[in-house]
Design a protein around this ligand. Structure first.
Ligand code: AP5
Ligand code: MG
Ligand code: ZN
Length: 216
């Protein structure tokens, strides 16, 4: 196999970003994440599309899914430019999963399993670097100096959608739209399920082994 094509699935807060960042470094592959791509283009004008809101920001702050046509295009472009990749935050519904299967082949599909109570604690305590996007948690994964990124010295901020009410809505949207996607890969017999409640290091060991196994 050339560079691996990895799909990392999991609820909001399951650790997709944390683990994708490490996988990208370990295997020298691209981290393709629709969430970060949309955050970088929050005020993109969608008014020419027949959509409910006019910007990604409005969907994200409500905890709703951004329209498929927007995210499909982001993923298509990113995958065309990547040899190997780890895909994080996409597909989030069955239509996106179908689109994905038309544009690429996956080597490993990994699901990070985390309970709902733990997800809420993780998201409400998360802090992200305003400059490089690195993830921290005030309690579970604190930076060396409070409020400052270990990697680049940038400011650590709370994401707009990490308030308790929006977190609950994101979890509801996940259950309704994305759990069927997890089920779809489970039915296909390709899903590798990993306990996402272990420490970040232990989860990474399991994720890394799953990718290595897929390569053999
Ligand atoms: P997105 O940015 O993808 O958010 P998400 O799926 O809700 O996931 P998160 O990024 O919140 O969690 P994560 O799994 O990456 O966890 P992390 O590693 O940070 O999407 C945001 C929005 O964009 C969506 O709501 C939607 O509006 C839109 N969007 C994106 N993709 C879309 C798509 N395909 N279609 C339509 N709309 C789309 O970890 C969380 C916290 O836990 C951190 O603080 C971390 O330090 C900590 N942590 C991680 N691992 C552990 C561990 N093992 N133990 C303890 N703490 C841990
Ligand atoms: Mg993320
Ligand atoms: Zn940083």
């Amino acid at each position: 196999m050339s560079q691996p094509h990895v799909l990392l699935l999991g609820a909001p807060g399951a650790g997709k970003g944390t683990q994708s960042e490490r996988l990208a470094e370990a295997f020298d592959i691209e981290h393709v994440t629709t969430g970060d791509a949309l955050r970088a283009n929050k005020d993109m004008d969608l008014s020419h599309m027949d959509t409910e809101y006019d910007t990604p920001r409005a969907y994200m702050e409500a905890g709703e899914l951004v329209p498929d046509e927007v995210v499909n295009e982001i993923v298509k472009t990113a995958l065309e430019e990547a040899d190997g990749y780890v895909l994080d935050g996409y597909p989030r519904n069955l239509d996106q999963a179908e689109y994905l299967s038309d544009i690429t082949d996956l080597d490993a599909v990994i699901f990070l399993d985390v309970s709902e109570d733990e997800l809420v604690d993780r998201l409400t305590g998360r802090r992200v670097c305003d400059d490089c996007g690195a993830n921290y948690h005030v309690e579970f994964n604190p930076p060396e100096t409070e409020g400052v990124c270990d990697k680049c010295g940038g400011d650590l901020i709370q994401r707009d959608d990490d308030t308790e009410d929006t977190v609950r809505e994101r979890l509801r949207v996940y259950e309704e739209n994305t759990e069927p996607v997890v089920e779809h890969y489970r039915d296909e017999g390709v899903l590798v399920e990993i306990d996402g409640e272990d420490t970040p290091d232990d989860v990474f060991d399991a994720v890394k082994s799953a990718v290595e196994d897929a390569a053999n």
